[in-house]
Design a protein around this ligand. Structure first.
Ligand code: HEC
Ligand code: HEC
Length: 314
């Protein structure tokens, strides 16, 4: 039978109308998870959320907490954030270094402008994302890599590609030990980005009406959830990009390396929040929020999540 297209559309519309709540009142009352006004761009802000900052604020606090018998969950799981360097990750860094040195037809590579072994990029990761005056936008390191690769070398290495991710890992490792410092309090594009990112982090959405904060603030943070343990949002960004073996998203060929936005996307997918496009302004805002929430914390790259001493974990 040949049903006219208009009729089909009408029937579809009627079904849709029946499935949707009749009035706005039937939608959940909260647009935001509570707590967004408590967030500050510094790791010490955690005290207002989980009050575990005292146990992991520096290496000494962490050692003392462990010695006194504190369990991992009582330390908000920050204990394995700095501690365990992974030798397994070195291979992925080497591949990234290889791409960094890869020459185009004119014999130019990243090294031509930024130095052998990324000499001129040492320490920069601790201050990213940053505002790029030329592009007139806030950029992450992966976005900066894409820009340089496409505009200056003719390589199509955009965000969420193997080359971009592994170079990001290499560049990240050049800032190991440097304290994260993102100025999200002086008026300007970074502050504005931080605030948008914070709002997105606390905003509910998706099938389950979860916000990032639903899982990453107490009482959920620190508890077991789908077999894993989400932490509060403070400090964790300091160990990204991360070596995430044995986890990867379908289709990844990144040697198990996760950029911060890849992690954000992974969480969006798993919690049925529509996944953002890596490098987009909204994803960049969330990254700014997370990175600034690691202010005052030392970068730790490469860390491997799985490769930890679990002997004292609960
Ligand atoms: C022809 C020179 C040139 C080449 C080749 C080049 N870049 Fe750049 N890069 C620049 C300039 C100039 C800037 C300053 C920011 C801008 O103009 O976007 C920059 C900025 C950067 C930054 C930020 C540095 C900072 O101090 O904040 C990173 C990271 C970076 N480039 C990575 C790369 C990588 C990785 C490659 C190889 C894929 C690469 N660049 C290739 C010229 C180059
Ligand atoms: C349904 C619960 C849930 C939601 C919602 C959720 N996450 Fe996660 N998240 C987790 C779990 C569980 C982990 C730990 C697993 C892991 O280490 O990858 C995690 C890990 C992370 C990490 C890595 C931190 C670390 O431990 O190193 C970041 C960053 C992150 N999430 C950000 C986000 C952002 C941003 C959102 C919102 C877009 C979000 N998450 C939404 C459960 C969630």
């Amino acid at each position: 039978m040949n049903i006219p297209r208009k009729l089909k559309l009408l029937a579809f519309g009627a079904c849709l109308a029946a499935a949707l709540p009749a009035s706005a009142e039937e939608y959940p009352k909260f647009d935001y998870m509570p707590g967004k006004e408590l967030a500050i761009p510094h790791v010490s802000g955690d005290a207002k959320f989980s009050n575990t900052y005292q146990y992991w604020k520096d290496e000494k606090a962490l050692e003392d907490a462990k010695k006194s018998g504190k369990m991992s969950h009582e330390m908000n799981y920050k204990d394995f954030r700095w501690a365990v360097k992974s030798f397994d990750a070195e291979g992925a860094i080497d591949i990234g270094r290889g791409y960094y040195n890869e020459k185009n037809a004119k014999g130019q590579s990243c090294a031509s402008c930024h130095g052998a072994e990324g000499k001129k990029l040492k320490g920069i990761y601790a201050n990213y994302p940053a505002y790029n005056k030329r592009l007139k936008r806030v950029v992450t390191v992966p976005t900066q890599i894409k820009t340089c690769a496409t505009e200056r070398l003719g390589f199509d290495w955009k965000e969420n590609t193997r080359q971009n991710t592994l170079i990001d890992f290499f560049v990240g490792s050049l800032s190991d030990g440097k304290v994260v410092k993102i100025d999200a309090t002086s008026p300007g594009p970074i502050k504005a980005s931080y605030e948008r990112g914070r709002d997105l982090f606390f905003k509910r959405g998706g099938h389950f009406n979860f916000a990032c904060a639903s899982c990453h603030t107490p009482p959920a943070a620190g508890k077991y959830l789908r077999g894993q343990r989400p932490t509060t949002f403070f400090g964790d960004a300091a160990q990204y990009p991360i070596y995430h073996f044995p986890y990867a998203l379908p289709g990844d060929d990144f040697e198990y390396v996760f950029t911060l936005q890849h992690q954000i996307k992974s969480c969006q997918i798993l919690s049925r929040i529509y996944p953002g496009e890596e490098g987009s302004p909204a994803m960049t805002d969330i990254e700014v929020f997370l990175k600034a929430s690691a202010n005052g914390y030392k970068m730790s790259v490469p860390v491997a999540e799985y490769n930890m001493d679990t002997s004292y974990l609960d």
